[in-house]
Design a protein around this ligand. Sequence first.
Ligand code: PFF
Length: 455
Amino acid sequence: MANPTDSKSAKITRPKFTGGLAFVLAAAGSAVGLGNIWRFPYLAAQYGGGIFLLTYIILVITLGLTFSLTENALGRMTGKSAIGAFESFGKKYKWIGLFIFLIPVIIFPYYSLIGGWVTKYFVTYATGGSSIAAQEDFFSSFISSPLEPMFWGLLFILFCIFVVWKGVESGIERANKVMMPALFVLLIIVTIYALTLPGAMEGVKYYFVPDFSKFSFEMVLAAMGQMFYSLSLAMAILITYGSYLPKSEDLESSVLKVNLMDTCVAFLAGLMIIPAVFAVLGPENLNSGPGLMFVTLPGVFASTPLPGLMGAFFFLLVIFAAATSGISLFESIVSICTDTFGWTRNKACLIMGIIAIVMMAASSGGYGLLDFVTILGFQILDFFDFISNSVMMPIAAIITCLFVGFVVGTKAIDKEISQTSKFVTKPFYNVMLKFIAPVLVALILISNIVSALAG
Ligand code: PFF
């Protein structure tokens, strides 16, 4: 197999991060998002606390690391985003990249809409509306109103487009260097505050001490699905960001740092939310699923001493988390368009931005004016989420494993990683990638489809 980096396709003009730290912050910015702060705590709460946490950590160290290394190495070795990266190994593989390209195209619009909801919550808290946000029907009446959610979604989307339009170094790098540290500071403040609420320690116990009687196969699959989502795996993003990583940087240690940061934020988000709900509203309220952040948590803030300030801090940190992920989704889309169709960055931002805005408006309308529209029984936003995360993502992950395992060859990946890293995880990497990962991911796919059909 010819070395794809020899081809003239690895352009000298490709933008690069200025170094390892910039890469780590941007890749962690992509990983740390709504998945960590909104999704992880409600799944952990629902699947037994400590046992979910333990399973999740084991999965990140094994499966998660294997995937992150593979995608980043593929990007750096080819110097290309998803479509070009696959095509570098032969024209006949271009379709894989095209398929993966569609995933961020579908996710970005509805992710931005949720980012818009979070922005609305932040503004509500920051303008003294903490008791309004805590009213029981605040969330449902807001998301089903015809125009307001679209306005906030548009604001969020335009911000992401602006940062991507500014470019890799002066847009993405700068935005992450500000938002990521700010996010950590706010997260620590709100977590300390939550842990000092009377009665929080019972919740801490629930979260930390694994109860093995709650172990189930369903829980493992939920943890695995969450891991893919949280680490932004199999969605074309890490290939793109890997292609911006300078050849001199230690790939393995950068990836380890990104995964560590992502897991720390998910862990802290659970520590911030679960004990607080336990203490203020009681454990029976932990099962509120996706409503945990938008409905249950405002109720928690309302009965604490500083509802407005802590609510504003909390939703501001969620905005930072969602924005850095939204930026990575849109960068991945734009990068593929410039690499593959030869568009300029401006043209790609304009065309793909308009498409995203239309899809965001449709997702929002699905809860309001268009609520009579269902696709396979799902509302529009839920359909986009289901098709991208539950169906396309596992398919992309299986194809990536088999492609890298049997076409590119693990030797080539080994060579790419070993150039600058010790590759300490190598002993289990090959077996994990070629055999264990595809089987595990196939199980996620089957279970997702079965539960959708049953539901
Ligand atoms: N990893 C992000 C999160 O946890 O919210 C979400 C995400 C970003 C998913 C980018 C997919 C993606 F391509």
